[in-house]
Design a protein around this ligand. Structure first.
Ligand SMILES: Cc1cc2nc3c(=O)[nH]c(=O)nc-3n(C[C@H](O)[C@H](O)[C@H](O)COP(=O)(O)OP(=O)(O)OC[C@H]3O[C@@H](n4cnc5c(N)ncnc54)[C@H](O)[C@@H]3O)c2cc1C
Length: 335
């Protein structure tokens, strides 16, 4: 049986970043993904300032393509309440290109990548034996689950973990003003509409706890978007699994995206770094990642208030009467 210290399942932003950070520390690891890259991933592709700053701190040599956006428009119940220039750009990446560039960076650094599917996990004493679809078995000391919203490791640790919110997206024609547009509504089941302009098109999406292709189409029609073919994906938003020392969940697999905004790429980088530190130092991941776990708790309360009828009414009032406070708060949160 093959042996490695760390086995990472999933080569999205979380898995490839973790692999690169382990390689930097000369820690033996193997990265596995079921997809052949470049593969597409349903995602707005928005990297906030804190997200791309963290990425450049962790991987200073990594170069990637993006569309820089400075303008943001916010609507509530379809009525535009804010239109402003952000203090710092948001970088919109095409996930198909971005994830392939990150994986290539890992491979160029000497990282081992296997194109295969995780099908089984078995714990034997201190070791974890992983079975792949090809029949190959690999024994490891640490198993890192970076396999996204439908994580197999997450199901292994908690078969009843919830899926989170369902987002649907379509690619629409590129709007001329290169602005991010958001709309919030009481009818959206704690969800939101968004449009993110990348280099060649606008990614238009709707996410909420209740979502179907019919609801998606209605939301997009109401926002004046042409009808295209929707694609759907979950964003897991809660951490519901027993924490282990040698099975670590990062990125979407761990349910780390922000509960209020669904920003997930930043948390993919952050938790990947925490996993690499935990493995390198032998410190439990729950300790290294403590601030993120703690933050998840208050996010839950904050989102209930934010998306309530009263929360949206207060936001609308503030956008109209004290827009400076809202733009200041937005710029501070994105930094
Ligand atoms: C509609 C939508 C819009 C979004 N917009 C934004 C945004 O604008 N900004 C932002 O920051 N976040 C956004 N997010 C969230 C963001 O996409 C995720 O947080 C991010 O992709 C998480 O990265 P990850 O590496 O954890 O998982 P993923 O990118 O999902 O990668 C998981 C990988 O695991 C592989 N895999 C899965 N199962 C197996 C298996 N059994 N064996 C082997 N490989 C496996 C998959 O092939 C995949 O490559 C959005 C999400 C959605 C759904």
């Amino acid at each position: 049986m093959e042996q490695t210290k760390v086995l990472i399942i999933g080569a999205g932003p979380a898995g490839s970043t973790c692999g690169l950070l382990l390689k930097k520390r000369n820690i033996d690891c193997i990265l596995i993904d079921r997809a052949t890259f470049p593969r597409d991933k349903i995602c707005g592709g928005g990297l906030t300032p804190r997200s791309f700053k963290l990425l450049s701190r962790l991987l200073p040599d990594f170069k990637y393509d993006y569309n820089s956006v400075l303008r943001l428009k916010l609507c509530i119940e379809g009525e535009q309440v804010l239109d402003f220039m952000m203090a710092e750009e948001i970088r919109i990446v095409k996930r198909k290109t971005f994830d392939a560039q990150l994986l290539e960076h890992y491979q160029k650094a000497g990282g081992t990548f296997i194109n295969d599917v995780l099908t089984g996990i078995e714990e034997r004493g201190q070791q974890i034996i992983v079975t792949l679809k090809s029949g190959r078995q690999i024994a490891c000391e640490y198993l890192v689950g970076a396999d996204g919203a439908n994580s197999r490791e997450r199901k292994y640790l908690n078969p009843n973990a919830s899926h989170g919110i369902l987002c649907m997206e379509q690619y629409g024609p590129k709007s001329p003003d290169n602005a991010i547009v958001g709309n919030l509504s009481r009818a959206y089941h704690q969800g939101y509409y968004y449009s993110f302009p990348n280099e060649s098109c606008d990614v238009q999406g709707y996410g909420g706890y209740v979502n179907t292709p019919e609801i998606f189409r209605k939301v997009l029609r109401d926002m004046g978007c042409p009808d295209e073919k929707p694609l759907g994906a979950y964003i897991p938003l809660s951490i519901e699994y027993p924490i282990r020392k040698n099975i670590i969940l990062i990125g979407d697999a761990g349910g780390f995206p922000n509960r209020l905004t669904s920003e997930g790429i930043y948390y993919a980088f952050l938790t990947a770094n925490h996993a690499a530190i935990a493995i390198n130092t032998g410190t439990p991941f729950s300790v290294v990642n403590k601030k993120v776990f703690d933050k998840k708790k208050w996010e839950e309360y904050a989102s209930r208030i934010f998306y309530s009828d009263t929360g949206l009414a207060i936001l609308k009032f503030c956008c109209k009467h004290t827009p400076g406070i809202i733009t200041w708060a937005f710029n501070k949160a994105a930094r």
